[in-house]
Design a protein. Structure first.
Length: 66
């Protein structure tokens, strides 16, 4: 959370707007992961905050593995 606040301050935007932009594809990706794995809770770590598209892509690919 601290990193999200720092990024929002650096960009002079609200945390809500920063997250809406940074995590715009997460709704679809996390839904796909949930369908593949049954997982219903997701924790965003620093890697996901720093490189959200890469983190989501890695998670989606992993959800197809047994």
């Amino acid at each position: 959370m601290d990193r999200l606040v720092a990024l929002a301050l650096d960009q002079s935007v609200s945390v809500r707007d920063l997250c809406a932009s940074r995590f715009k594809d997460y709704q679809f990706g996390l839904k796909l992961i949930a369908q593949n794995t049954g997982q219903s809770e997701f924790h965003l770590d620093l890697d996901a905050v720093e490189a959200p598209d890469k983190a989501l892509s890695d998670w989606v690919v992993a959800s197809y593995r047994p």
